[in-house]
Every structure is written in C-alpha cells, then in structure tokens.
Ligand binder design. Sequence first.
Ligand code: BG6
Length: 481
Amino acid sequence: EFTKDTVIVVFGASGDLAKKKTFPALFGLFTEDLLPSNTSIIGYARSPIELEDFRKRISSYFKTPTPELEQKAKDFVALCTYVSGNYDKDESFLNLLSHVESIEEKHETKNRLFYLAVPPSVFLPVATQLKKHLHPGDSGVARVIVEKPFGHDLASSEELQKGLAPLWTEEEIFRIDHYLGKEMVKNILPFRFSNQFINAAWNKDNIANIQISFKEPFGTEGRGGYFNDIGIIRDVMQNHLLQVLCLIGMERPVSTNAEDIRDEKVKLLRAVQPLSMDDVILGQYGASEDGTKPAYVDDETVPKDSRAVTFAALHMQIHNERWEGVPFILRAGKALDQAKVEVRIQYKDAAKGMFNSLPRNELVIRIQPSESIYAKMNSKLPGYSTKNIVTDLDLTYHDRYEGIRIPEAYESLILDCIKGVHSNFVRDDELKVSWKIFTPLLHEIENNKDIVPEIYPYGSRAPESLPKFLSERNYRRGDTE
Ligand code: BG6
C-alpha cells in the first residue's frame, strides 16, 4: 500500500476523461483524507499550458458548494503541477523524470502511480517510455492504471497485451472498468453470498431470466467521431455490462482475494457461448418523434450511411450447471426515454393451479440513478379481500443510509490502486475470454453490409422488435418496469 510519499502522474491531463473523472476523483479522495500523505499530482499532456491555467481548468470540474470545500480545492490544486511533452520521445520522459525526482528529493520512498487517460494509439508508446525512464526498479514501486478500450477485438487486444506484458507485470497493471467501482456493483457479491435466502434460489430451478439493462437519455452528441467505429457493444457491453454479468453469474469465490474472484469470473466467461446474429437486436436512433432531437446520422462527425449500432439487445447463454437454459439478456442504448442501469432477475411462476396468473417475483438491483434493491412480491390484499396484490420490499439507499456519502466509481478504484488491491480490475485472461465472446458477432456486423440496424426514435423505450425478442426468451413483462 502507498501510505505516503506518492507521485501520481495523469497522462492525457487536458483530455475529457481527466477533467471530468480523474481529477475530480483525486479531489474527492483528497477531501476525504484518503490520499497518501505527501502526495503530489502531475498532469501531463502534449500542449503547453501555464500552471495557473491548468489548475483553473481542472478545478472547474470540482463541486465546491461550501467555503470549506472551496478551500480544499485550493489546497488540492497546490499539490498539482503540469508538464507538457510528447508521448513517445525520450527527452520528454527524461524531462518528466527530472520533475518527478525533484519532488521526490524530500521523499523516503518512490511510490509512482501512472494514470493513462490517453487514446489507444499512444498507449503502448507511453507504457514503453515509462518503463524505460520512470520505473523506479528496486528503489520503489510503480503502478499503471489503464483505461479502455483495451483493443478493438480479440486479435488487437492480444497484440496490445503482447506489447505490454514484457514491460509491466500483472501485479503492476490496473485495467479500469469504472462500473466495478460503482457502489451497487460492489454490493453484488456480498448481497448474493451473505444472504442465504437469496443465495439458495440463485439458479435455473428458480430463475426464469436475467436482464442487465443500460439506458441513456442522450445521443452521441459531439462524440460521434469516437463512437462510430466503436458502437454501443464495444462501448458499454463487452466491458461494463459483461462485468456485471460476471458478478451476477459466477460461483462463490474461495475468498475475497482478488485472484480468487477473478478466477471465478474467468471460469464463468469460459462457459458463455460466443454471440452470433441469432442472439441479437441491433438499433440506431433516428430523430425524435417531435422532431426536436437529431438522428444519429445527423451528427456532423458521422457518415450519412453509418450502420453504427447505438442500441443492442444480446441473448447470452451460459452453459454450466447453474444457468443452463436461463436467458441472460444484456441491453444497452443511447437516446432512449430515461437514464437507468439495473439488473432485473425474474423468477419462475409460482403456485400455478392454486392462484391464477400471478405476476412473477422480480428482484431488481438498481445501479443508477438512486441505488436500490427491491423485490416485487405477491401478498394478500389486507382486509376481507382474498385478492393477491404486488408489493415491494424496498431498500433504497438514500432513504436507508441517509448521510453516508457514496463515493464516485473512480474514487473507489483509484483508492484500490493506491492500496494495491486488484479485485475490481480486469485481469489479462479475463479480457481475452471476454473478447472471445464478442468478436465473432462484431466481425459479422462489420463485414456483412446487409446487416442494418433498426431505427428507433430518439427518446423512445427501445426498438419496436424488443418486446417480441424478450417474450421469445421467457421474459414476461410485469407492470413494474
Ligand atoms: C463509458 C462510455 O465507458 O461509460 C460512455 O464510453 C458511457 O459512452 C459511460 O456514457 C457510462 O458511464 P456512467 O458511469 O455514466 O454510467
């Protein structure tokens, strides 16, 4: 664990991710007193920026509603400096090294954390230069946090890994999937395995289907250039939603140790059938029905005939004892009717014959907004009636845990990295199996020009064919969704 004397270098410091997520997360940790004592933070990017401008720029994303926090923001930026340089030149990294060393003069140890918020094209050059010039060797510890995308498909991801592995050990690498830092995602394993009544019914005998859904109410506004080659499947499904699927589907790990957890994830992923076109619905948003919101292809950075996928529903099949025959439906879409990420577990029909057409039980794990877990249950309407009604067992965090601050995903993950805990980061073999599941489908979509996504209006619930797709997969729509 880095407990003191730490230098954090954020590469890509002038980029969006660094401004919106990385620096605010570091500031969040600072306000909670969770950064190692004597931490210095260096922003690094290509463009020369005056120190004062840099400090202003990063703090413009901090939330400082009180004078105390305003003061904290000032104290925090005083820890930050900026170095500009290239991503592949020796002299740039030697210059960075001398800056780091000048800070470390007062330090007893060399704890260096490198955060790579850089485009994939410069990822390897930076990792190479860092190893060459800034790895402290035996005189300290270095860790590297890397951001997605980790490749574009199985081959490119393996290529990247081949370049990286001789430089940095798995022990030193922290591949971030920020969904693993979300409060409710971190609760999945404790919730499943520490509650016997939940754990005992977590299988194909009791569960009819599992839906993992991601909805965003906005399109790719301004990010079309990035998104067009990526699509929603690579953007959030191969990583974020698949990680949630792992936590929902995996067997109980031997312990909470990182390797035990990641071993079970890999085992589960190896039992997932690779996807094909039989298992999917693909969509792309058109203009909103009232004409106020643009279609995806109206984005100037996007080709007019783009077939990019902005919505997908995928039927994942897991071939093992626990899940054989239970559909896992992943769905994700941009420009839909609401913002919501949740896991919905629908149980099998109960008490057929005794009661007619009972709604099925559902257990919902709401990841965002407003973290909650609730169960839809059947109960007799109180009083003289003999009718069954649906009721909720409801654990909504902001009601139950009032006053407890829920950290941002990035805060929690950067803190894990400072502590050297890998449980919530993606291991190399895990990455490889996850690409194996998605690559055949992604290639099929890209190579077959006859595959055209279904257009759905901006702001709608989903493409029109979704309800049929779901009911063919044993999903019964309740009155609750
Ligand atoms: C990112 C995707 O990884 O996750 C974005 O690139 C997406 O397209 C985002 O909007 C969603 O994250 P969150 O934390 O806002 O749910």
